[in-house]
Design a protein around this ligand. Structure first.
Ligand code: TRP
Length: 448
């Protein structure tokens, strides 16, 4: 029974699809990536650009991906082939598969950090410790990081290989509200710290002087990353969607929930960053440096810390499986591999691809590409180039090749609370591709 969905069946309940899509969206992108990207981009002004990107670019692209998926009933490569036979459009799907490969390779590394921090928290986060150095020591020890990265990948491979995703989603329905509650507690703790005001100001009071080109790329990249867009994950999940589910409503729900959690994570992190005298632009380690300190100053902080990082790990797993599913469903549909074999072989490959970003913090610390270490380089290619390019292609495809009218018709079936029409058409045909194109070109020109 559990296999049903991924044997080209459909989600058996309305809830199935929503939970899977929300599980894919909500993950490390919200709690690990969002705060540090906001921090690097100077705070409030970036938050506004980000929200614009979510609503005006993210929403139309999400609706299009889900519609393409349901219409074609295929993995991303097959989907483009089915809707535009005998054209090179399948390459857009292939780009998605490649992107899934790259993102999952380092996503799993961060998932491994989260497992390690769960155990660390169980031992108690000692009050007064220097958590920035604790983090630095953790990531510069390749043995343990590779171990937990391997464990994280193995968990994803076994879930996808066995096709038990629906069961997982059911557990998540119970677990995610708990993550939400702890996050709210963290926010309360963080905003009531002495000196939290400066953090709130950083997060909420925009300063036009902070504007820079990179913020636009970063906002679009983060929007795609956090909503799981631009590489066909929502095409794949949409392909298991039945005609009774409303795409526009589902997309609205996923987007709202994902945005809420990201914003809360910001409220948990920034007041603490300023109150504790840390720096907002610390990069990918930000959450892992700041939250343990907040936990260490809480009664039963070790316990809450462990529960928090455990739930973060689970949220990361439900996102990672959507990345792996794209790659695996392509192998299964297009190359006829058995699901278990595809999951095991591809998972192992992805594991190895994830090792360089780990070594970048120790033996390969001399590596530099455009001023970035290995992990940031992977992240840059995936999020600043591949995802926006995938999103752009999806928009052009949905708007001009398959035609906005057909995309909207599929998305509006059956009628839900939200429906898309002419504004959607204008967005997906012109605004989304042009906005992404301009931002990408300017950004690349600026880098080289
Ligand atoms: N959205 C997930 C997160 O925020 C990560 C993710 C899952 C993803 N599937 C994706 C990112 C597909 C890009 C594309 O943690």
């Amino acid at each position: 029974m559990e296999n049903e969905v991924f044997e080209r069946g459909t989600w058996t309940s309305k809830l199935g699809f929503i939970l899977a899509a929300a599980g894919s969206a909500v993950g490390l992108g919200n709690i690990w990536r969002f705060p540090y990207v906001v921090g690097e981009n100077g705070g409030a002004l970036f938050l506004i650009i980000y929200l614009i990107a979510i609503f005006f670019i993210g929403y139309p692209v999400m609706v299009s991906e889900m519609a393409i998926g349901r219409k074609s009933n295929k993995n991303p490569v097959g989907a483009f082939k089915a809707l535009a036979p005998d054209t090179p459009w399948w390459l857009a799907g292939a780009l998605g598969v490649l992107t899934g490969f790259v993102i999952l390779s380092y996503y799993s590394v961060i998932g491994g950090w989260s497992i390690a921090y769960t155990l660390e928290a169980l031992g108690g986060f000692p009050e007064g410790a220097d958590f920035a150095s604790v983090f630095g020591e953790h990531i510069s020890n390749p043995g343990t990081v590779i171990l937990w990265h391997g464990v994280f990948m193995a968990i994803c491979v076994s879930i996808i290989g066995a096709g038990v995703v629906k069961g997982i989603q059911r557990a998540v329905k119970v677990l995610m509200p708990i993550l939400f509650v702890i996050l709210v507690f963290l926010v309360i703790r963080s905003v009531t710290l002495d000196g939290a005001g400066a953090g709130l100001e950083f997060y909420l009071a925009p300063n036009l002087g902070d504007i820079r080109l990179q913020s636009f790329t970063d906002a679009i990249a983060q929007a795609f990353f956090t909503l799981s867009l631009g590489m066909g994950a929502m095409i794949t999940y949409g392909s298991y969607l039945s005609d009774d589910d409303n795409i526009c409503d589902s997309a609205g729900f996923v987007l709202g929930l994902d945005t809420l959690i990201a914003i809360l994570a910001g409220f948990a992190i920034f007041p603490a960053v300023f109150a504790l005298g840390a720096t907002a632009d610390a990069g990918p380690g930000l959450t892992f440096m700041v939250l343990p300190e907040v936990f260490s100053e809480m009664p039963m902080g070790g316990f809450f810390g462990a529960v928090f990082f455990l739930l973060l790990t689970i949220a990361a797993v439900t996102s990672a499986i959507s990345l792996l599913e794209v790659v695996v469903s392509w192998m299964v549909d297009e190359k006829g591999w058995p699901r278990k074999k595809a999951a095991a072989v591809l998972g192992t490959l992805i594991f190895f691809v994830g090792i360089p970003p780990i070594l970048g913090y120790s033996v390969w610390s001399g590596f530099e590409f455009l001023g970035m270490d290995v992990l940031d380089t992977y992240d840059w290619f995936a999020n600043d180039i591949f995802l926006p390019l995938g999103g752009l292609l999806t928009a052009v495809f949905a708007g001009h090749v398959w035609k906005a009218k057909n995309t909207a018709e599929e998305a509006n079936k059956p009628k839900g609370n939200i429906s898309v029409g002419s504004i959607f058409g204008i967005m997906i045909k012109y605004i989304v591709p042009i906005a992404i194109g301009v931002v990408m070109v300017l950004n690349i020109a600026d880098k080289f």
